[in-house]
Design a protein around this ligand. Structure first.
Ligand SMILES: [Zn+2]
Length: 111
């Protein structure tokens, strides 16, 4: 009996095509947006390495490919975004000087 492996081939081609498109668009996006947007907000200049989805796409194709939903991040910001998503909390933490980022924090209020 002959086994036809069309199913296998088809999956391979499909996954290669998808991955290739994402890699291509991702690199083009990083070329246009070479700096980490989070670091930029804090006055730092860091090379972006990761394209992150502002709204988590959770498998939604429209959100996934929508470049308005993309942002360029460096690796450390990207992992802090992911952490924040997991804990579900809003802006937290401190800048390099140990000052809280939250503008409403009492440290940031003028006495
Ligand atoms: Zn960054």
């Amino acid at each position: 009996m002959q086994r036809i492996s069309w199913r296998e081939d088809k999956t391979k081609v499909a996954s290669r095509g998808y991955g290739g498109k994402w890699q291509r668009l991702r690199l083009a996006f990083l070329k246009k947006n070479p700096l980490c947007v989070y670091c930029e907000r804090q006055g730092k200049v860091t090379e972006a390495k990761v394209v992150d989805h502002i709204v988590p796409h959770q498998g939604d194709q429209k959100l996934f490919w929508d470049q308005k939903n993309w942002q360029a991040l460096c690796k450390s910001c990207h992992s802090s975004v992911k952490q924040r998503e997991e804990t579900g909390s809003l802006q937290k933490g401190c800048d390099v000087n140990g000052i809280p980022l939250d503008p409403n924090h009492h440290w940031n209020k003028k006495v």
